[in-house]
Design a binder for this molecule. Structure first.
Ligand code: OX2
Length: 833
């Protein structure tokens, strides 16, 4: 690379090379320069928004320098890279994270203060990058942070949605969806018009002969859409490594804009084609754990996968290695089944374009891919209709048929007498119409399949993928328990706690080596330390209480027990059980004498989360929460003893505000339904306790922190099937307290009861699929234990501190190292100076 540029030129270039700002003054100069020249503003019209833009652009310049060096270094070192393919990257805000990771926040705070701004106000100007629904997308974002921090050569590939997840407004207690115009000003992306890939859809397949007379297969005649790369720098913490997140945006392929139509006056017609192309990357599907099976979604998947693979293959080909070495240079991780077509696309490139024999190609493919499963919920398992695939991607369907044929032949050899087995494991499900089981294709085309928490990884082996364990053996299946980045979820969200911990541990090394939190234990009896710890929690609660008052008008007492459930609204996550519990608490309070009420621990029940726009039951739950709040919050008998709050538009930046303020958070999914959960980890890391079921990562959190520090409740995953069976055969009496709650709703205490009919009938005639009735009494008793424990302020603090000290295992860095070791076989690079 070096030799290709003459010495003289190199020297001239080096002399002029941009350098990062170092101290405060340089930072200020950069900010002012950007405000005055890039934004064409002045001191007189520089508001918070302009100050944000100036600061972000100054920071961005700094990032870009490290980013360029990192990319050059990665090319030069020429080691194996990992590509994380995810339809969702829930990045949140970038400025604060960039300042903290590059360790210039203090400089920036002072610098911007001297220019007349508060850094917090500046940070709050930023729009969240909300290209995801929930845990799956946020996990991808935490993994990018871990990859960069650990100096792995790792890229993310995703879609640049024009609209991310909708903004949620609450109107008359109901969720209303409003578009998210996040791209109005986004300084964190770099358009790369030179990185453009043509992606084809539809068309037909034909046989042809090449110049040697060999038969070849050509796919042609389809619609072509262009993918344009937009790159987002991802800075690691305390390292120069700045990795890349490449997001694809769709536009009509060059020449596709029909000038003929335009000239001849068919203006609308020419625009229509353009819009059709742009629609592909227009909007994120707002469903969490639900697959809707829409054609446009399949187009998104192929568009993104084809562009990403083209890019990866192009990079590999520049090294002039033989194809057999592809898996030594490239690891691709499939974040759920959304990118499964990448398996088919790589096989297509190898056999149709590179003319490699099928078996050799397939070996390369399977050695390259790993597949992460995130759910066992049947409604979330992707199945694409065969006729749709035939229409949209005819060549890919043929290849899938062949993959399936060879796979079934192998299975038949292994289990010659088992016809049923073939039907069960076939990629094609014989329904009307036939559908493709994408998870099966993902397993067959990968060398490793992993679940995201121990229970979940065991469950997939025992249930949905049982046959595949029999076929491939257990070693193909692994567990990598999820993790979170302590940089964003402790240092950024809870700076005071991070600083206190650093003061005891002698620095911020724990942010890179989270198991060092163990060293907090000797301070557990240190009075001053405990006092500071509790003061920080209180100040975080005051911060949230102020936000709640400012945005909802509800005043919550910061000394009340903050009981928080924030996550996507879903029946399996059981926000309904929580709100039913709140109603029960309200009824109890109403029945008490004023003397009895004096002994009650005051509570604020805080909810937040979005419902998929078409998920009617989830929307009803939101309506009920708000209705209960309306009644309870103004009940004079109750006062501060109970407050019910629904925080609008829960997103990453609100999570950063909410999580540090929690005393207890709820993770109460029906056992066996929440694959892992990751907010459970965030809450505990911030010194809050958990009330939860024996589900997902709750189980491993319990193991790490000790069962004296968690409030577990409810039935176990192994009993769920039996319980459901009993409901189906009408053998379950509704829990009497739950009955009383339902009666109260039906009486109209919370407004028109007909609104909640569906919700209540799901418990009765609907056979209570999520087993609310079975867990309700355990839930209430456990909540009583929470009250009891909270009365003992000192005992509570001990639990919290001990828990934080035990959270090292849940760092995203531990996950990334496990993936690197067990699945990707990649090594970190030495970062450049
Ligand atoms: C989520 C899972 O529901 C959650 O339990 C898990 O922690 C997260 O993924 C990250 O692994 N869509 N979202 C998920 O799964 C699917 C499918």
């Amino acid at each position: 690379v070096e030799a290709s540029i003459p010495q003289q030129l190199r020297e001239a270039w080096r002399k002029l090379a941009a350098c990062e700002f170092q101290g405060k003054e340089q930072f200020q100069r950069e900010v002012v320069r950007h405000v005055e020249t890039t934004l064409a503003r002045s001191m007189y019209n520089c508001d918070d928004a302009a100050a944000y833009a100036g600061t972000a652009l100054a920071l961005r310049d700094k990032l870009v320098i490290g980013w360029n060096k990192t990319q050059q270094n990665q090319t030069l070192q020429d080691q194996k890279r990992v590509y994380y393919l995810s339809l969702e990257f829930l990045m949140g805000r970038a400025l604060d994270n960039a300042m903290l990771n590059t360790q210039v926040k203090d400089v920036a705070r002072d610098g911007i203060a001297e220019l007349g701004f508060r850094i917090e106000d500046v940070i709050n100007q930023e729009h969240d990058a909300a290209l995801g629904n929930g845990g799956l997308g946020r996990l991808a974002a935490c993994f990018l942070d871990g990859l960069a921090t650990l100096n792995y050569p790792g890229w993310g590939y995703g879609l640049r949605y024009r609209y991310g997840i909708f903004k949620q407004e609450i109107v008359d207690g109901y969720q209303v969806e409003v578009p998210d115009y996040w791209l109005d000003f986004n300084p964190w992306e770099f358009p790369r018009p030179d990185v453009a890939v043509d992606v084809m859809f539809y068309g037909y397949v034909k046989k042809d002969t090449d110049s040697d007379g060999k038969t070849i297969i050509v796919w042609e005649g389809g619609e072509i859409v262009q993918a344009i790369a937009y790159d987002v720098p991802v800075p690691g913490f305390d390292t120069s490594t700045t990795n890349n997140l490449r997001l694809w945006s769709s536009k009509p392929a060059s020449g596709e804009f029909d000038f003929q139509k335009f000239n001849s006056g068919d203006y609308e017609g020419s625009i229509r084609d353009q819009q059709r192309a742009e629609t592909i990357s227009a909007v994120l599907y707002p469903n969490d754990n639900i697959s809707a099976g829409k054609e446009l979604r399949l187009k998104q998947q192929y568009f993104w996968v084809a562009a990403s693979l083209h890019d990866i293959v192009r990079r590999f080909k520049k090294t002039h290695r033989p194809w057999s070495q592809f898996p030594d240079q490239v690891a691709i991780q499939l974040n759920d089944t959304h990118p499964t077509l990448a398996i088919v696309e790589l096989q297509r490139i190898l056999i149709d374009v590179e003319h490699i024999p099928w078996d050799q190609a397939w070996e390369i493919v399977t050695a390259t891919f790993g597949y992460t499963n995130h759910t066992v919920l049947p409604e979330a398992l992707e199945k694409w209709s065969v006729p749709l695939m035939q229409h949209l991607l005819p060549r890919h369907l043929q290849i899938i048929y062949d993959i399936n044929l060879f796979f079934l032949q192998k299975v038949e050899r292994m289990f010659p007498k088992d016809r049923e087995m073939l039907t069960r494991v076939s990629i094609i499900e014989e329904s009307q119409p036939q559908v493709l089981r994408m998870a099966y294709l993902a397993i067959i085309g990968s060398h490793k399949v992993n679940g995201v928490a121990e229970l979940h990884s065991d469950l997939i082996k025992a249930t949905i993928f049982k046959d595949f364990v029999a076929i491939y053996g257990p070693d193909k299946f692994a567990n990598v328990t999820n993790g979170i980045t302590p940089r964003r979820w402790l240092h950024q969200a809870n700076p005071k706690l991070s600083d206190l911990i650093a003061s005891k541990l002698g620095g911020y090394e724990f942010l890179k080596e989270l198991s060092q939190l163990e060293r907090l234990r000797p301070f557990i009896d240190d009075k001053e330390f405990r006092r500071e710890w509790m003061e920080i929690k209180l100040s975080n609660k005051i911060r949230l209480a102020k936000y709640i008052r400012d945005t909802t008008g509800i005043s919550v007492n910061p000394h009340a027990l903050f009981d928080i459930q924030v996550k996507r609204i879903h029946e399996y996550k059981r926000q309904q059980m929580n709100i039913f519990g709140v109603i029960d608490r309200y009824l109890n309070l109403k029945a008490m004498t004023s003397e009895e009420r004096k002994k009650v621990v005051p509570r604020a029940s805080i909810f937040g989360g979005k419902a998929a726009p078409g998920y009617w039951m989830a929307k009803t739950i939101i309506r009920l929460i708000n209705a209960v709040g309306e009644v309870v919050n103004k009940d004079k008998d109750i006062g501060d003893l109970l407050k019910v709050v629904f925080i609008e538009d829960y997103n990453v930046s609100k999570a950063e505000l909410i999580i540090p303020a929690s005393d207890i958070s709820e993770h109460i999914s029906t056992a066996g339904t929440e694959a892992s959960g990751t907010s459970n980890m965030k809450f505990v890391l911030n010194g809050g306790l958990i009330i939860g079921t024996c589900d997902g990562a709750n189980i491993e959190i319990t193991r790490e922190i000790g069962d004296e520090n968690i409030f577990l409740l409810g039935n176990l995953a192994e009993d769920v099937e039996d319980l459901r069976h009993r409901h189906r055969y009408g053998q379950v009496e509704m829990d009497p307290k739950l009955r009383a709650v339902c009666d109260e709703i039906e009486k109209g205490t919370f407004g028109d009861p007909s609104v909640y009919e569906g919700l209540i009938s799901s418990l009765t005639t609907g056979c209570d699929y999520y087993l609310v009735s079975d867990d309700f009494s355990s839930y209430l008793t456990t909540q009583d234990l929470v009250d009891e424990a909270y009365r003992d302020k000192d005992g509570w603090a001990t639990k919290c501190i001990n828990s934080v000290a035990s959270m090292g295992f849940f760092s995203a860095d531990r996950c990334i190292n496990e993936y690197a070791d067990m699945i990707w076989n990649v090594e970190p690079l030495v970062p450049v100076k």
